[in-house]
Structures are given as C-alpha cells and as structure tokens.
Design a protein around this ligand. Structure first.
Ligand SMILES: [Zn+2]
Length: 448
C-alpha cells in the first residue's frame, strides 16, 4: 500500500472521550501517521473535504471472515451455539485457499464500507481438509493477508492455536483436523514464519481452553510475550464450556487461563459472557481487554456479558462482528448498552463516547495498532459519516456522539481513509468497486 500523507478538512470531528466534537478540523498526515490536528482551521489548497462527522477508523476486534457465508442461512429453526457450529464446520470443510481469499477479500471490503479500517482475524483454518499442511504452511494465512490488501484495510492476523476437540484431550476429528498443528511447538514454528508489514500485524490466538491444554496455552502466551504481540482467546462464550472446564480442571476458564500466564494487558478475552465475580476481578486486575460481539452473541443465544462490571474492574472493552451476522460496528457499540438495559432493567450503563472509544482506540490497541484517536502519532485512519441520512438528519450539535452511537448504521459511512490512503469515497469502494457483486461471486464459489 503506498504511503501518501495528505490533508483532510472535516466539517466536524470527534476528538475523543471528554474532548467532544470540534468544527472545521484540519487533519494532516506525514506518511501513514497523523502529524497535526487543528480545529477551527481553514481548508488549505488540496485538502480533501469531509462533509459530516469524522471519527477515527473503526476496529473490528474479532472476525471469522468465512462465517460471512453463514449469513441468512443459519437463523431459522431451533438450536443453540453447538448446532450452529455443525453448519459452520460444513462450510469450513469446503474452503480452499482461492475460495478463502475471495470470500475474505469481499467480506473485508464490506467492513471497509462500514468504516472498519483494522480487522482482527481469528484464524485457525490452517491446513487442507485432510489436515495436511499446504506447500506453504501459511497458505491460508497469506490468503487473508492478500484479502486485506485487496480490501484496503489493516489486518491483525491472529494465528490461532487449536490442538484438541475437548477438555478431555479428545483428538481433532472430521472438519476440525485442518485446524490443528499437532502441538503448541509446531504451532509456534509455523506462526513464527509470518511477518509484520506496515498494514499487517501478526498476533497469537488460543482458540479456547477447550482446544488448548494448559501447557500449550503457556507456550502460546510466551510466544506472544517474546514478540510483544497481541494475544486473543475465546473465553466463556458458553455455559457448557464453563461446566466442562470446572469438571475437568476444577477451575473456570478465566482462572485456568490466568494460571497458564495468558491474561494481561496485551491479551483480549473474546466474548467473556459467563463470568464469575472472581473471573471479572482477574480480567480487570490483569488489564485484560474484553472483546464483546453482541450481534453474534444474540444470534447464537450465547447470553449477555457483564460489560459494565468488566469495565469497572479495569478491563478495556472493544467490539467485534465475529460471525458477521451483520457488519456494523455502530450496532455492536449500542448493543453493549442496550443489551445491558434489558438484562438489568436500568438505563445508562455506558456513555456513548465510551462505546465509540471501544469501537476505535480500545479496539486498535487490542489489535496492536497505534491508532484510534485523531491526534499526532496515531495512524491516519479516518471515517466520515454523513449527517444527511434519514437516520442522522437533524442531529443536534451537542448530541452528535449519542446520535451516532444510538442511531447510525454502516450505511451512513461515506468516506474511509486507511493510513492516509482513500479507500471509500462517497460510499464507493475505490479498490473493489461493487462490493455486493464481489460478495455474491465469492459466496457462489463457496457453494459450487
Ligand atoms: Zn470467534
């Protein structure tokens, strides 16, 4: 991706929690970083005009790109997470590197249109359907790198260790065999061949306490610590996982992960839905981020996580679209508050600007990017939302952030800049063109 630098003149821009929205904001970049942010500025010649409200690029903290092919196909009938997982496994078995690339590129392009400038891909589809490594053992990971480049978004490639089918040490079987590297040392060797670039950050993943034993978790955590890389894991998405973990180890998943050295300020616990008070205290005390994925958690009948309690305990909150039942970070943000209202019978758990910070700065930090604020030194990732849409028309200046978080949709995003490069202009993806057609082609290829 070329590094251009440049200047943008925003009609209105959100400057971060406690700093509010300023008018006539000039953002200047040097290379891919913001060099200066000046409010009440005149537009210099050549500055790109951004009408509407500009915010930092949105971070999608948790993605399984291929789940986009499940949208609309898994919502009917009864069942739960575990029956949904069978459908997901059938899909995973049909993916080869070319289909994976096309589907991920189109899905990431959908994200770009929604204002996502960085995506954390929780990647465990490593090997061929029989579990044999491709000639390039990172062929599938490299397909994701190429997909992100085509879509113009940053990628945090969370290469995920997945070694067993359950807490009893059951071996991977059927569609799961392509997830596994055999042991944690082999995972570390393969993942160690992946390289950071200006737009790709390599990170470590532990699929779950089900899929990686305690010794394996310690190896993955050490790998991440040695590289100062982010470390993500699914944690307590399901009550059944907690029950199985307690029965097998006498500990909750959070306590087990803590004992393996997994928790900490560079770690993100994805979902964190069914936690004890002790789990919440552990996550908070270690500074572990919680990545909430409310649209997926509601779609899969997972439950509502204790977001307020986690934040109070010290855990930063970030957001992910996970299964991509919808791709809309504004919907994820408001769902944190609105779901907690339903669970408690009370309003006002989270301020809109804190939810927007979860969608921006906290998510970027969880993905290993110095981004998410409009201030010098941060990556020049900008998202502009029109205030002319029926959803946002008439927004009062003093209420702009509340109006954005509680009423905007992905469709209101008009302009997206990633590292100083324009990716979306007037709602048009400059690299992919017709994103709907790209998705349709990619989805048809998966079915073929
Ligand atoms: Zn996930």
């Amino acid at each position: 991706m070329p590094l251009t630098g440049g200047a943008w003149h925003a009609e209105l821009a959100w400057l971060g929690p406690g700093r509010g929205v300023a008018r006539r904001v000039l953002v200047e970049a040097d290379g891919d970083r913001i060099a200066a942010v000046t409010a009440d500025a005149d537009p210099p010649p050549g500055a790109a005009r951004l009408p509407g409200l500009t915010v930092p690029g949105l971070a999608n903290g948790h993605s399984h790109a291929f789940h986009r092919a499940l949208r609309g196909r898994t919502h009917r009938g009864r069942g739960d997470f575990w029956s949904w997982r069978e459908r997901m496994y059938e899909l995973a078995a049909r993916l080869d590197p070319d289909r994976y690339l096309a589907l991920a590129a189109a899905t990431y392009a959908e994200m770009a249109l929604a204002g996502v400038t960085a995506v954390g891909e929780f990647h465990y589809l490593h090997h061929d359907p029989a579990g044999r490594p491709y000639a390039d053992p990172n062929r599938m990971g490299h397909a994701l790198v190429e997909a992100a480049a085509r879509a113009g978004v940053r990628l945090t490639l969370i290469d995920t260790c997945y070694l067993r089918a359950g807490l009893g040490g059951e071996p991977l079987a059927g569609p799961q065999v392509r997830f596994g590297d055999g042991d944690a040392a082999a995972w570390a060797e393969r993942a160690g061949a992946l390289r950071d670039t200006p737009t790709v950050r390599v990170a470590a993943g532990i699929h779950s306490v089900r899929a990686v034993d305690q010794a394996g978790m310690a190896v993955v955590a050490g790998w991440a610590r040695d590289r100062d890389a982010p470390l993500h894991l699914h944690l307590s998405e399901q009550r059944a996982e907690n029950q199985a973990c307690l029965a097998a180890t006498g500990r909750t998943p959070a306590a087990l992960a803590d004992a393996a050295g997994v928790l900490g300020h560079r770690t993100t616990a994805v979902h964190a839905t069914h936690l004890t008070a002790d789990d919440i205290a552990r996550l908070g005390a270690t500074g572990t981020t919680a990545c909430l994925c409310p649209t997926t958690e509601r779609d899969l009948a997972d439950g509502i996580g204790p977001a307020r309690a986690l934040a109070d305990a010290g855990s930063p909150l970030c957001l992910g679209s996970d299964s991509h039942a919808v791709v809309d970070l504004f919907e994820e943000a408001r769902a944190v508050e609105l779901d907690e209202r339903l669970a408690t019978g009370r309003r006002g758990h989270h301020r809109a600007e804190d939810l927007l910070a979860a969608a921006t700065a906290a998510g970027m930090r969880a993905l290993g990017w110095h981004a998410g604020r409009l201030e010098p030194g941060h990556l020049a990732d900008l998202v502009t939302v029109t205030l002319d849409s029926p959803r946002l028309a008439g927004a009062a200046p003093a209420d702009l952030v509340d109006h954005l978080v509680f009423a905007a949709t992905a469709s209101d995003v008009t302009h997206v800049t990633v590292g100083g490069n324009p990716v979306v202009e007037d709602g048009h993806h400059l690299l992919v063109g017709d994103v709907g057609a790209a998705l349709a082609r990619a989805l048809a290829a998966v079915d073929a």
